[in-house]
Design a protein around this ligand. Sequence first.
Ligand code: TRP
Length: 374
Amino acid sequence: MTNFQPRWSFDLENLGTNTFKSQGLNCTYPNEHITQIEFNIMKQRILTGIRPTGKLHLGHYVGALENWIRLQEEYDCFFLIADYQALGDHIDEMENIKIAVRDVVLDWLSVGLDPEKSTFLVQSYVPEHAELALLLSMLTPLGMLDRNPTLKSERERLSNTSLSVGFYTYPVSQIADILLPKAHLVPVGEDQLPHIEMTREIARRFNNRYGEVFPEPDSLVGRVARLMGTDGQAKMSKSIGNVIYLSDDSDTVKKKIMSMYTDPTRLRATDPGHVEGNPVFQYHDAFNDDLEEVNDLKERYVQGTVGDVEVKQKLISAVNQFLDPIRDLRDKYEHDIDYVNDCIENGSAKARVTAQNTMKEVRERMGLSYSVNT
Ligand code: TRP
């Protein structure tokens, strides 16, 4: 993980002639195929993504999305909907994946990700993802997958089902996702860090063997690495149902927060309570902008002079205030499904050009060319 700084690099891929000439620059490149290259000072790249398995929730927002929104101003961002990856453990749920793809795009647009600034793509619309994943799998020792702690805990969770090879090797497919556009930075939730670490290792292996092709990407985790579930469990998770979705209406938010877990040791409002480890206060810290109010509630909670109901009511207002503009945008885009479709069609087509350039380079470097000179 690193402290991010907006950084700049030269990109020599796909450059139009005009930019260069208009800047009065001219350069001869010592390669017979390229007589002139044009330098374009370009933003560094981000690739990050999500599996389409459901709607996005508050945990996604503070763990990752919030960073993506900010970073799209400074980086050339690729936002990926990882449908291949979802198939690894949801092969019989194509209908749900279809719904989830639409939901994810709507969630992204609603929180302010902007397909005019960034590229939205679907993994399977850019089949070069599969080709690079296959080639990188040859450079990935099995032991590296076995040691990956995120994969390990997922395998344990799914141990009573028959795991597909595709699931077992999904970190390799994720590495291909990141390397295909040669990303420099991957803003993700905390659980994804082992995959980014593997990406760095595989990029290094590739570069050592075939020459510098891929940057070793950095990772960046969000402001709240892990937002607790409404039931006090360590993490919000759709399968447990302890989740507040970005698309929940205000009544649903009210119901969910009113039944939220608080401090189990506190039986009456006059008992001194605990703020640490109490999800209601973690959510206040994450979503209530009124710091004075939050501090006042915390003080009174510890003293036993405020009831759970008041703390929760104030949280309901804060969360609904946070979600209102997101709801407005969602309403707009729900009525413009053509636009939603265009985002992923056009974005994927654009990403494919980049992907094809990388694959051409990868094939050449690896020597996958068998015509014999006579
Ligand atoms: N594994 C990520 C998730 O579960 C999704 C993902 C796929 C991803 N490819 C990626 C994340 C590349 C970051 C970079 O949500």
